[in-house]
Write a protein of this length. Structure first.
Length: 500
């Protein structure tokens, strides 16, 4: 009896693993009721909630029935929903016709349905994050799994969750008009009419008005066309000539190899000499003098092999935030991956990478220039026109063409022993930059001088170097540099190690 007189003591409750899943079942009932009494209610919440948003399985089934009726443009009420559930064979599992009637009697109007739908969406997102965190924790404790793989998978899953739950609301046009006028005023203040970051190539900038914010630019070409040299020439022009910060992600070459190419470009020393170190006294002097131009340039290079789209997003955000980077360049797209996400084939993965790059360009509001390979089809075509790249030649995915705002092809006809374009233009030492797609302007060809020995593209009007005819499509013979005989005039300037 004495024991019965003891005061009640609360046993401490460990809440670490005793949490209930985030849910709001009463609000779920109210939302379903509102959807059955107002024919316009579904259009309000259709972009906010999906069947999985509901915590109770039976509510998921009822919402699915309501969604099916709306998609079929049929009336939605107690009777039609009951019939649809009966047709799907799920009426009894949700509680029968009486439960449907009960739901519809809970509300008198759908006035607050959007607010309620957002609550359900937040609960659903919280449940997704809890499930995600649990999987990450389980994998982290598993010593048989590689930690890097676990991180890649975690990053991929989190990215997938964020993408699925990212909603962009509409904007009334007035503030957009103000923004467009401000852009126009800035453009009018520029003598060249540039509204974006200049490429340094006059005729190309005339066509594009510079690299535009939020654009995805694809620079494509077959091997040995010089697309990496073209990209590095652009990076040099932007960072050295215009002092705008550039980030260059190289998945193919190391940082040292990239800088060697830039040294060749800026210092006017043949690439093979940069590699073997056999410089003349004049070249050492030129290296010492011109390297100062490159030193301190706002170029940020990253040679992470097998870079994933998720790693790129993290690094790109930091570069824009901390270094005020204005352009991001990637060499090249097909070497990237989307680890942590599941795909049926490589084409689906490349499509996701391409779509993510476009999304990143919009998010950071800067242009992203991504290099891309072309398939071998062009090699099987004959004639001047046959060797010209086409949009259908883009390798592995049509999504690249679809996502890109601008597609440029780097094409050197002389590589195929084509020395005349049929219009009287000499193509020795020339490269065509073909604008194959341009959402914001015209298309056409831009003719640039190609200096293979310096891995450099430049405006023809800036040329101090007059190439003599090539002995074959792959070798360009130099004749004069600054009025002096070219010490390498008897040597081919195209170096396989430097040209891509």
């Amino acid at each position: 009896m004495a024991e019965n007189n003891r005061p009640n003591r609360q046993v401490p409750i460990d809440n670490t693993y005793g949490h209930l899943q985030p849910q709001a079942t009463e609000i779920e009932r109210v939302v379903l009721g509102a959807l059955m009494i107002d024919k316009d209610a579904f259009s309000i919440v259709s972009e906010i909630i999906v069947p999985e948003t509901f915590y109770e399985p039976r509510h998921q089934k009822i919402f699915t029935a309501i969604r099916t009726l709306n998609m079929d443009e049929k009336p939605v009420d107690v009777m039609t929903v009951t019939e649809e559930l009966k047709r799907e064979g799920t009426l009894e599992s949700v509680g029968g016709a009486m439960y449907i009637i009960e739901l519809s009697s809970l509300v008198a109007s759908s006035a607050h349905i959007e607010y309620h739908a957002h609550i359900l969406r937040e609960k659903f997102l919280a449940r997704q994050l809890i499930s995600f965190a649990s999987r990450v924790e389980t994998n982290a404790f598993d010593e048989t799994l590689d930690v890097e793989t676990v991180m890649q998978q975690a990053e991929g899953e989190l990215f997938e969750i964020s993408q699925k739950n990212m909603k962009q609301d509409y904007t009334q046009i007035d503030p957009v008009i103000i923004q467009a006028v401000e852009t126009l005023q800035k453009a009018s203040a520029n003598k060249g009419g540039l509204t974006g970051v200049p490429s340094g190539f006059t005729k190309l900038d005339d066509k594009t008005s510079g690299w535009q914010a939020s654009d995805l630019v694809i620079i494509a070409g077959r091997p040995a066309m010089g697309k990496t040299s073209f990209a590095l020439s652009i990076a040099k022009n932007i960072a050295v000539d215009y002092r705008e910060p550039v980030a260059f992600f190289s998945l193919e070459m190391s940082n040292v190899q990239l800088v060697q190419r830039l040294m060749s470009n800026v210092c006017e020393i043949p690439g093979n000499k940069i590699l073997n170190g056999q410089l003349t006294d004049d070249e050492w002097e030129r290296l010492d003098k011109n390297l100062r131009i490159l030193t301190g340039a706002p170029i940020y290079v990253d040679d992470t092999p097998g870079l994933s789209i998720f790693e790129l997003r993290t690094k790109a955000r930091r570069l824009v935030r901390e270094k005020n980077v204005k352009v991001i360049m990637i060499d090249y797209l097909q070497l990237m991956n989307a680890n942590g996400m599941r795909f049926g084939n490589r084409q689906e993965e490349v499509s996701t990478i391409s779509r993510s790059l476009k999304g990143l360009a919009k998010e950071l509001n800067i242009p992203i220039l991504a290099l891309s390979q072309l398939n071998r089809t062009v090699e099987n075509r004959d004639g001047i026109d046959g060797k010209r790249p086409q949009l259908s030649d883009l390798r592995e995915s049509g999504a690249i063409e679809q996502d890109a705002d601008l597609v440029l092809f780097v094409h050197r006809p002389e590589y195929y022993r084509i020395y005349d374009d049929g219009k009287g233009n000499d193509l020795h030492g020339k490269a065509q930059i073909i604008i194959a797609k341009h959402r914001k302007g015209g298309m056409g060809d831009i003719l640039l001088d190609f200096k293979g020995e310096f891995t450099r593209f430049q405006n023809p009007e800036d040329s101090y170097f007059k190439p003599s005819p090539t002995t074959d499509g792959g070798e360009i013979m130099g004749s004069k540099i600054n009025g002096n005989d070219d010490p390498l005039g008897s040597q081919p300037i195209e170096d396989a190690e430097f040209l891509h």
